[in-house]
Design a binder for this molecule. Structure first.
Ligand code: NAD
Length: 330
């Protein structure tokens, strides 16, 4: 028996990756939609065989509580709306999947976690790379110290982009800016590649194309400091294409490049072991993994704490930048 998923927000990620991914999954399937754009409803209903009774808007989404077809709501909205609609989903008694970045600040993340706990539902964050085999290998190298202890991580994720006026990725209140959108990849990568939590951060946010990004960062770079003295660096940008994770260790090195592309994550180790790209559909693998965890009553593979810990670092980087790259203790 597959679990029923309702996608909340039918933008490019839902359209291009999640709905197609849900056609390949064994443990869950697309059964419902929540949208504020009525013109999208007929095509989604037709393409994915969704009955009228499983179509909602943002005003009546809470009525999903009475719909046994839907087990999981997947929040795929602009980041500034993640907390509000994750909580509505949890209060409706549905399991919640929430896209990255989890929310705007630690308080919002904690409010989501409290809501799912109160309602005895589970919460998973959409960090698809935690389900990706080469990324899992990198985590295992750190845990088992296969190449010795990690001594340094350098990582970056950015794209050479341009957002039109009206795009929420330009809007500070809705969670725009390179750091929220792409910066959580290098932050999360440093945490999974070290399997450690940083103790302090510093960072700098800037904007070159002020006419395009008047209210959010176009570029952010940061350093995360660990209790053993290790310093790891990360970078993100809306103006520069980059995508890699480089890890140095006591006895060697390894890298992933690209480290977060949908089409495949691949790399190499210092002893010549190739980490070839897995051809599978990343989002299908992610959603099946989390659906199976729910079916078997196990904790989520990517719990809310993964999202919250990254957002704590995001907010500390913003604070550091405001104060001239001050050292902010976490
Ligand atoms: P998008 O702009 O393509 O879609 C956003 C959707 O939200 C649109 O359908 C829009 O109509 C709707 N929306 C509802 N209320 C809105 C409002 N007040 N303002 C603006 N839009 C509103 O964005 P997207 O690329 O689909 O991103 C959605 C979420 O998915 C984001 O949190 C993003 O970080 C995440 N995402 C994750 C990945 C990944 O690889 N895990 C990839 C892309 C996007």
């Amino acid at each position: 028996e597959k679990l029923g998923v309702a996608l909340v927000g039918l933008g490019s990620y839902s359209t291009g990756r999640l709905a197609p991914g849900l056609q390949m999954t064994d443990h869950c399937e697309l059964r419902g939609i929540v949208t504020g754009s009525p013109e999208k409803i007929p095509e989604w209903q037709e393409q994915y065989n969704i009955p009228d009774s499983n179509v909602y808007n943002y005003e009546n989404m809470h009525e999903i509580a009475n719909n046994d077809d839907i087990d999981i709501v997947y929040i795929v909205l602009p980041t500034g709306l993640h907390a509000k609609y994750s909580i509505i989903g949890a209060e409706a008694g549905k399991h919640v999947w929430c896209e990255k970045p989890m929310a705007m600040n630690v308080e919002e993340c904690q409010n989501i976690i409290d809501a799912v706990n109160r309602n005895n539902v589970s919460l998973a964050i959409g960090y698809r790379l935690h389900h990706e085999p080469n990324t899992q290998q990198i985590m295992q190298f750190a845990r088992e110290q296969t190449y010795g202890a990690v001594t340094e991580v350098r990582t970056a994720a950015g794209y050479d982009g341009y957002h039109e006026d009206g795009n929420w990725r330009k809007n500070a209140e809705l969670g725009g800016g390179a750091l929220y959108d792409m910066g959580v990849y290098p932050i999360n990568a440093i945490r999974y590649a070290t399997q450690m939590e940083p103790i302090a951060v510093n960072g700098r946010q800037s904007t070159v194309r002020k006419e395009v990004y008047p209210e959010v960062d176009e570029i952010t770079d940061f350093q995360l400091e660990f209790s053993n003295g290790m310093v790891c660096t990360g970078e993100t940008s809306f103006g520069k294409s980059m995508n890699y994770l480089n890890v140095n260790t006591d006895n060697g090195w390894y890298y992933l490049k690209p480290m977060s592309n949908y089409s495949g994550v691949q790399g190499m180790t210092s002893d010549g072991t190739a980490l070839p790209a897995d051809p599978g559909h990343q989002q299908a693998r992610q959603m099946d993994g989390e659906a199976l965890a729910i079916k078997e009553g196990r904790p989520p593979i990517v719990p809310g704490s993964q999202g919250l810990n990254d957002i704590r670092i995001v907010n500390a980087i913003m604070e550091s930048s405001r104060n001239g790259r001050s050292r902010v203790v976490l």
